[in-house]
Design a protein around this ligand. Structure first.
Ligand code: HEC
Length: 159
């Protein structure tokens, strides 16, 4: 029994070591500062602060990749969430979205935070600063409502 326990442990370590040879490197593609959501729309400082601390890691090209995100198999999971998150909503590519898509994304941002689906719960466990309060959620939805009426977009600088 003791011998087997040791073998299982060694096998586990071997698998982890081999896993490191399947690297999934988290990258941050370059950002065109004229295309970001913050450049294209008026985002109140409070809301910008919330989006930066709770959403930016998965929804922009400005991801902070912590050390454990470099170690397999965590690296695979983190990279997957970041790529899937960027695919759905990317603050760094906002200017490339058609107006209708921007409008839909704004609606979804409010819906996702109101339902407690975003930020992803597992992320909030590891990043306590990402947890949203009721007033954070209200600030986000108040802003998306104004932005969807177009008031916020009219002041956006040109490309
Ligand atoms: C840990 C990574 C992560 C964080 C942090 C995160 N998201 Fe997401 N988000 C995802 C992933 C992955 C998806 C796509 C898969 C899904 O819908 O679950 C997604 C999808 C979305 C969508 C599209 C939903 C849909 O069904 O079309 C919106 C809107 C969104 N996130 C908003 C936010 C907002 C707002 C925050 C911050 C308050 C946030 N997310 C934080 C990973 C993240």
């Amino acid at each position: 029994m003791r011998v087997w326990g040791k073998r299982v442990l060694l096998a586990g370590i071997a698998v982890l070591v081999v896993a490191q040879f399947i690297p999934v490197t988290g990258t941050n593609p370059s950002v065109d500062p004229t295309q970001t959501m913050f450049a294209r729309m008026t985002v109140p400082a409070e809301v910008a602060g919330i989006l930066t601390r709770a959403c930016q890691d998965c929804h922009s090209h400005q991801t902070t990749w912590p050390w454990y995100s470099r170690i397999a198999p965590v690296s695979w999971l983190v990279a997957y969430d970041v790529y899937a998150g960027r695919h759905e909503l990317n603050f760094s590519e906002w200017g490339r979205y058609a107006a209708r898509r921007q409008d839909r994304k704004l609606k979804e941002i409010c819906e996702q935070v109101e339902r407690g689906k975003m930020p992803m719960p597992i992320y909030a466990v590891v990043h306590p600063q990402a947890k949203l309060t009721a007033s954070d959620r209200k600030a986000i939805c108040d802003w998306t409502e104004v932005a969807r009426k177009g008031e916020a977009t009219t002041t956006a600088p040109g490309p």
